[in-house]
Structures are given as C-alpha cells and as structure tokens.
Ligand binder design. Structure first.
Ligand code: AMP
Length: 114
C-alpha cells in the first residue's frame, strides 16, 4: 500500500529534498529530532526491513549508506558522528510503512534509545 512517501517521490506533495538519484530520495524530516534529521528512502515501495533480502537489495542498501555518508559530510557531522536508524514495525516505532533510513546528527545521541 502506498504511503505519503510515495507522494513525495512523485512530487505530489512538497518536501525539502536534499538528494535524489534514480533509485533513492533524501529529504528533511518534517518533525526533526536533531539539528540534522534526514530521511533516505528507496523509490521502490518496500514497506519495512523484514521485506528486505540481502541478495536482492544489497546494491540499493549500499546506495542508501553512500547517500547517508555524503549527506553527513555535507552537513558537517561526518567527523563528530551521527546515528543511522531503521525502525521496523510497531515495537520498532515505525509510523510510515515505506522503508526509510533516518540520518540524525548535530547533537550528542543517548543510549539506550527511547
Ligand atoms: P518512523 O517512525 O521511523 O516511521 O519515521 C517516520 C518519519 O517520517 C517521522 O520522523 C516523521 O516525522 C517523518 N515524516 C512523516 N511525514 C513526513 C513528511 N511529509 N515529510 C517529511 N517527513 C515526514
């Protein structure tokens, strides 16, 4: 089932897009939890982590990590550090069922997460 992120991919609703390639899109989170909070998503509809398959999606996941590193550098948080998060399912706190990698940085992160 399509989510609001499909509408962002199709440019049906606006988003603050910071990176786009053939396969992925990155945009600023509308409710940022850190000075830098960017969502990196595949353009194809993959609802959640349990729908991923290492063999099939290795290259796509690699692109998402490359984008995270590039965006971390552009935002000046590559040296200070950052957090990458993939929430999966209800207990994981997932709200939008279109796979997305959170890039969070610009402040000290805490552990354990809430
Ligand atoms: P999750 O809880 O991992 O599913 O994260 C979903 C994230 O999407 C949340 O951090 C929301 O703030 C963010 N979000 C929801 N709608 C939008 C939107 N239209 N544009 C940007 N970020 C959004």
């Amino acid at each position: 089932m399509s989510t609001i992120f499909s509408k962002i991919i199709n440019k049906e609703i606006p988003a603050d897009i910071v990176f786009e390639s053939d396969n992925i899109l990155a945009f600023k989170d509308i409710n940022p939890q850190a000075p830098v909070h960017i969502l990196i998503i595949p353009k194809i509809e993959i609802p959640k982590v349990t729908d991923l398959n290492g063999k099939e999606h290795a290259s796509l996941l690699g692109e998402m990590i490359d984008a995270a590193n590039k965006l971390a550098k552009e935002n000046g948080i590559d040296e200070s550090g950052f957090r990458l998060v993939l929430n999966c399912g209800d207990n994981g706190g997932q709200e939008v069922y279109h796979l997305h990698l959170h890039l969070l940085g610009g402040r000290q992160m805490k552990w354990p997460p809430g």
